[in-house]
Structures are given as C-alpha cells and as structure tokens.
Ligand binder design. Structure first.
Ligand SMILES: Cc1ncc(COP(=O)(O)O)c(C=O)c1O
Length: 420
C-alpha cells in the first residue's frame, strides 16, 4: 500500500508506547505499606522537601497561587511558546496572564532576547521547561527573573530524575515541579511533585495546597481504579488495545491533536493524593533508578545509530548547562523541514513503533482550541518555536521497542531524508 510502512521493514512486535514509563508490578498494588511518597521522592531528587500533588498541572496551580499571594501586584507568567497546553490552562485557572516566549533556534532553551522583551515589573514567574527529559538552560530565566523581581518555576514534568552536576534538576530555581502522570517514568496514574527552595515559599505552597486541594473521596476512587487499569494494560500485551487502537482511530480521522494527546479540557481537578496511591508510588520508585539507568544506556546506543543518518539533528541536553544529565523517556530528533516530518509521521505514527510528537503545535496555533487561555501570535512571531514544532519528532525509548524494530525506524527516517 502506497505510503504505509513496508511490512518487511517492521519486524512484528508489540505496540511500543510513545514514552518509556516504569511498568507497575502486582506487588506494587498490594494494600498498606509505607505511604511516605513525599520523603522518598525528596531523597530520590536530592531536594530538601517536596509536596506530592494530584498532577503536574495541579503543582503549577499551587505554585502560582502561592507566588501570587506573596506578590499580588504581579500577574504575568512567561512560558515557552512550545509547551504542554495544560500549562496555559493552569495559568488561566489562577487568573493570570500568559506571555509566550520564543526558543533559541533548534533548541528547547528559552531565547534570552525574547525573555528580555517579555519580562517586566508585572512578571510573576518565568517557566523554563525540560521537555522529553532534556535539560534546558534555566540560567537566562534566573538572570532575567532577578532583574525584574520575578521567580523561576522549572517545569520538569517530563524530566523526573534529571540531574545537573549530580543535583536534582531545579534545585537552583525558586520552584520545580514534576509530573507522575500516565507514561511518565514513575506514575500513580495522575500525580505531581512540587519543590520550593526557600522555606517561606515552601510554607506558602503548603498552605495553597491545603486550601486548593483537600482530600476528595470521589476523585481518589476514580484515580485508584484508573491506576489498576493502567497496571493491567501498560505491558506489551495490553498496549495495542489501550494505546494503539485509539491512536489509529484518531489518525484515521486526521486528528493529530488527539493522537498526540494534546486535547485537554478545563477544569483542572484539584485534590489530595490518597494513601494507597502514595504507597504504590513508594514501591515503584525503588525500581526507578535502575530503570532510568537502563534507559540511559539504551538511549546512548540508539543515539549513536541516529547520529549516522545524514541530515538528522538530535536534540540533547542544553550545551549551555555544564554537568547536565537528563533522562531518556524519548529520543528527540529534528527533521530538516516540516513536510519531511509530516510525511514520516503519516507513514509511521500508527505502526506501533513508538513515534510521536511531543506537542503538535505552538500554543497559539491549535486552531482556536486554546484561544480563551492563550494570547494570539502574528504569523511572524515565535519563529524558532514554530520551526521546532513543525520539525520535531519523538522516538519512544521504551524497552519494548526492541533493537530490530528500532533499526527499522532508523532506516525509515534515513530513507525519508534521502527521498526529501
Ligand atoms: C511540559 C509539561 N508541563 C506540564 C505538564 C502537566 O503535567 P500533568 O500531566 O501531570 O498534569 C505536562 C504533562 O505532560 C507537560 O508535558
């Protein structure tokens, strides 16, 4: 069939997930046990104290609420134009104003010149973002924040376990948050982690969390059942049904936003995480360091293979960050132009080999979907973020994508570049 992946190129195998998540074991799900997920995560992250929240989005809402209480005259939040739409929904939920900043060319780092233009005395926070496990340079955000009296919140939703010089990512900024959502390294189906450096800010975050996210039996029951379903299906035998089928349906409708999982709706659930899910997280977290190390080794070998493809650019940790050591849920690659990227995705996205798009577009370009929470951008605005959104592609680094199928993916990418 024209345009479909050649069966000979794709050895049979289970559907591979778009990111490398730590599978849960039956023993993780038993009742009772240590539910000290916050102290266990603080030890793992090398941070003094963390809060466990019901999602990464909730962590951001709590952080922004705490900051706003401390600086009520500031109402703007500067984020990269290419990021998760949930970030925009969180900013709107807090009644704050979203300001979009461009990226450096072919990079996940915020553009320092863009930051200078975006930030002023109304800026509450700047949110440098570590996408796909890659360590971005938060230094320019910290410099600009100091200059205007704002704070820095590092968005490490996709980078749990990333380090800089041996320290947990975000340790040098005011606040950092992580996601424990489905498919992330560690998951409790939906969850988040929030850490603030300064004790006063930490106390403000704690107060905001108690006020905004009290225990809620209904949400906890729902999330607990969803976690059981996830544990049952996030394995090679279950993913074809739970991930591959809905993905192919969305692709058949030509709905890339749904296929990429970028179709979010308000409102944002806000509630505490119950004891059982925290205990599941503690038990799974014990395996996370070894899982991340295996992912790092697999990624190193696969990046060596991808480096041999002429014309393909790999996105690594920011060269501006000495001692950066990200995690590897995905391998991020940049195609030379959007048409080549889109043709590849049309051919391979539904083939179950772990290809995906981190996000389909920059925030203003979702065709009206997020207009209520995202400021418009003129066609000439945000050129580097837009170029990245059009050319980026993620290859899931799950162990379930075996070497033979990864090689088939690498060959397909190489061929697409030769044909271009
Ligand atoms: C960059 C980024 N920020 C924030 C979030 C929100 O995290 P959560 O899904 O846990 O609410 C996500 C979700 O994937 C994300 O990718």
């Amino acid at each position: 069939m024209a345009g479909a992946p050649d069966a000979a190129d794709f050895p049979p195998g289970p559907v591979a997930p778009p990111t490398a998540g730590l599978p849960l074991r039956l023993a993780d799900l038993r009742p009772g046990g240590d539910d000290g997920l916050a102290p266990a995560l603080a030890r793992f992250l090398g941070l003094e104290d963390v809060l466990v929240t019901c999602s990464g989005t909730a962590a951001l809402v709590i952080a922004l609420t705490a900051l706003r209480r401390l600086s009520p005259d500031r109402d703007a939040v500067v984020v990269p134009a290419y990021t998760c739409p949930l970030v925009a929904l969180a900013v709107a939920r807090c009644g704050l104003r979203l300001v979009l900043c461009d990226l450096l060319p072919a990079s996940l780092d915020l553009d320092p010149a863009g930051l200078a233009a975006c930030c002023d005395a109304r800026t509450l926070a700047i949110v440098p973002t570590h996408l796909g496990g890659r360590v971005a340079d938060a230094g320019p955000a910290r410099i600009r924040a100091r200059a205007v009296g704002a704070r820095v919140i590092e968005d490490a939703a996709q980078a749990l376990g990333a380090r800089v010089d041996g320290r947990g990512i975000g340790a040098d900024s005011d606040i950092v948050f992580f996601s424990l959502a489905v498919g992330k390294g560690l998951t409790i189906f939906e969850g988040g982690v929030l850490a603030a450096r300064d004790p006063a800010l930490r106390a403000a975050c704690r107060d905001a969390a108690s006020a905004l996210a009290p225990p809620h039996a209904g949400w906890e029951l729902r999330r607990s059942l969803e976690l059981l379903g996830y544990a049952a299906l996030y394995r090679p035998a279950g993913l074809g049904w739970a991930y591959g089928r809905p993905l192919r349906r969305a692709l058949a409708r030509g709905d890339w936003v749904e296929a990429a999982g970028d179709d979010f709706d308000p409102p944002i659930p806000l509630h505490a995480v119950g004891r059982w899910r925290r205990a599941v997280g503690v038990r799974a977290l014990a395996r996370l360091p070894d899982f991340l190390e295996a992912g790092r080794r697999q990624a190193a070998a696969r990046l060596d293979r991808l480096r041999r493809i002429p014309g393909l650019r790999l996105i690594g940790d920011s060269p501006a960050v000495a001692g950066a050591r990200g995690t590897w849920p995905v391998l991020l690659v940049l195609l030379p132009d959007p048409a080549v990227r889109d043709r590849l995705m049309e051919r391979l996205w539904g083939a179950g080999c772990g290809l995906s798009l981190p996000f389909v577009r920059v925030l203003p370009d979702y065709g009206g979907r997020y207009d209520a929470v995202v400021p418009p951008a003129a066609p000439q605005d945000l050129p580097h973020a837009r170029a990245l959104a059009g050319r980026l592609l993620a290859i899931g680094n799950s162990p379930w994508l075996d070497d033979a199928r990864f090689e088939a993916v690498a060959r397909a990418i190489g061929r697409a570049l030769v044909d271009a």
